[in-house]
Design a protein around this ligand. Sequence first.
Ligand code: AMP
Length: 935
Amino acid sequence: MQQGSLKAWQASSHFAGANAAYIEELYEAYLDDPNAVSEEWQAIFAELPSQGVGTDVAHSRIRDYFRATALDSNRSKTTTVDPEVTEKQVRVLQLINAFRFRGHQNANLDPLGLWQREPVAELDLAHHGLTEDDLGREFNTGSYALGNGTMKLGELFNSLKATYCGPIGAEYMHITSTEEKRWLQQRLEPVMGQGSYDADTKKRILAGLNAAEGLEKYLGAKFPGAKRFSLEGGDAMIPMMRELIYRAGDQGAKEVVVGMAHRGRLNMLVNILGKKPGDLFDEFAGKHDEALGSGDVKYHQGFSSDFATPGGNVHLALAFNPSHLEIVSPVVMGSVRARMDRRNCETGKLVMPITIHGDSAITGQGIVQETFNMSQTRGFKVGGAIRIVVNNQVGFTTSNPEDTRSTEYCTDIAKMVQAPVLHVNADDPEAVAFVAQLAVDFRYEFGRDVVIDLICYRRHGHNEADEPNATQPLMYQKIKKHPTPRKIYADRLIEQGVMNAEEVTEQINTYREQLDQGECVVPEWRTMTEHSVDWTPYLGHDWDESWDSQVGLDKLKALATSICEVPESHKLQSRVAKIYKDREAMAAGDKPLDWGMAETLAYATLLDSGYRVRLTGQDSGRGTFFHRHAVLHNQDNATTYMPLRHLGEHQGPIEIFDSVLSEAAVLAFEYGYATAEPSGLTMWEAQFGDFANGAQVVIDQFLSSGEQKWGRLCGLTLLLPHGYEGQGPEHSSARLERFLQLCADHNMQVVVPSTPAQVYHMLRRQVVRPMRRPLVVMSPKSLLRHPMAVSSLEELALGDFQNVIGELDELDPAKVDRVVFCSGKVYFELLEKRRREELTNVALIRIEQLYPFPHAEMAQVLEAYQHVKEFVWCQEEPQNQGAWYCSQHHFWQAIPAGANLTYAGREASAAPACGYVSVHNKQQQALVNAALGLN
Ligand code: AMP
């Protein structure tokens, strides 16, 4: 085929009538993806008249164009082809395409009318060479979903404007799936982007606006100047939430989990979740629940209730959140995943997440990208989320969009996952209801995220004490004169004859009276029946309660054998095969257990008792340091096999996922999972412990303080590889000191296990004991393969977790004049050196749990050393790091009166470790010598 002009092509034999159908197909394929056809065809199709608005023209009827222009001898006898008409036909299809691509840029989205957007040329008839004369002509409309395939241009143009440039700006042409685009077109175009609502629904929508406005006005009058982060301006969020929940109920949702920041939260609590206004007023008046810990401000509080929809009751949970914007989203996703797992729901159809964002935060905070990135991955997907931006057009307290983002829309980040974005003018609550329903249906149809950009304004400043005119004079002059969303919609309903003015006034008064009474104002509110987790067995426990966690030797051996079984056809990589062979010997009692075996046995025993186990982290299937191999990769066909899934019919489920390369979102997700699911072992593993600080917000704002602030228990386990092996300032420290500094009120446990038996008991204890508090583990690296860090099956079967491990060698305590306390791998270095030096005067005591500090066990272990005057704390970390500063007061309390406590470790340092192995070795030797009292 020759490349060349359209005319030359038309003259070629390929374009004979008989080939028309084939060419049409090729052209359709080309328009969806130009690379789908050969270069020759690309060149030919590129010559068709085009206005550069993208390739997704509606084409199923382009065949008419081909037919008309094809040199079909039979046809040419009966048809007169007007080349101008056929060219215009293509241009009409391109006009449709232009509206689909760019209509949202000229849509009526800003309730204040302040946006200044350039008119989009492609949305103009003239741009396409179409004139007034063409308005009355009939054209094919391709896949345009209104009408029946042909329309007069005038009619088509008006419908395109109504659909794509009205109060909804539908942005979806970035989606590559033709099916999804067609689905959205089918929903938008036949109804010209407008829902049709009966009188009851309209009244329900107005009632939502009335409640939203009524509550804020009431609070403003009753508690003037108090911070409430008013929703006013974004009032449509309340009727929108109602429509979202109704639709989710229709689609079969049993639970909806909501995450949001502070703006509008009090409104959501009272008007959607059914919190009693009286309780809220009490909080404004300074009353609080004495049973809670240190508590939190009212606009961070979560809530749970049931909500009756025509499709059935939906359980609602509003997640507690800190002021750190956006971090709650991955927490919500984790909570949703836990609820899905509990309900054996893989699709997410039974549980729907809704996250509500601010316009600056969604584009400013990196956690948003991380959360989008997780949304379709195996370990973290939840079947799509409804993500709403309450877009009040002012960043944080005062900023303009040009200072807060570099993208056209704040929602552009959502395009990374090809989420459709539905921009909507919040002053049109019916349009808002329409996009709410569309969003839920899209999520249920395709299992992917969808974004609603609710474009509104903020009637007051950042909070009620703020003066917004100071920085936004023009906007606030406009806002002052702008009628409220309730007033605008009430006037519309009065005009339509749906309600009269008296009924509207009555609605206002009735709501105010309800607030006066202080009782729940949500007609759909129901007492909770749907939630299936009972947290009461986990309430009121502390770490030092005894628990029965032992598994008998026979059972242990049977499970040890079981976890080594791999089908013969599953070919293991040679090093992995060797590890499994060694494990077989360990199971048979021919070899002592190493770390990987003991850890895997802990999981096996828990699974065998029916507990659920979930572990995520960057290399968790294999283990960063090649010790775990819980997920086995077949060398022949790359399939995977998990022996832990094949223990027995009644075992609990286990999931181990290599996570996305994120710390913050993954840890937040697992926190969300563990706060929604108390019954199993939920773990996050850092690749190296260093990286945990990428999730510092989750550690500070949720893990360490969530129980005190919100009464939310969380049994999440963090495995943080830690230890000084000369790998440099990164890959040495999990920043133990940071965790210890956060410890108080027995809020979490910080543990440094030093043997396989210890890790086995530690993991079992975390589940079998009913206390649910975070467990932070300084997990080992070199100890994973250390010849002395081994345990026997008997130690697993008969022992328990030891918070303190006393001297193991047979030293005469009376001859001991120096006692060294330590944690983790340095113990083995101290032990080796002491043995080599044949010292009999130094006892070594391992503190395996640094917090809560095990005073009683320490006292027992130290009983034999009451005569000793020299106590030493030995650590590998620099003096300003590790446990020295944070735990010293506990060590002092433990030693006998009059004894001295000194420090043996690295000097204080700005970096966690030095970068040179030779310096590391010298430092390490020196600290071991110093601890043992050697020069
Ligand atoms: P939810 O399913 O999150 O709405 O929770 C339902 C109820 O379970 C809450 O009202 C709490 O009483 C309780 N609950 C949920 N999560 C926790 C938690 N992490 N710690 C303690 N109680 C919880």
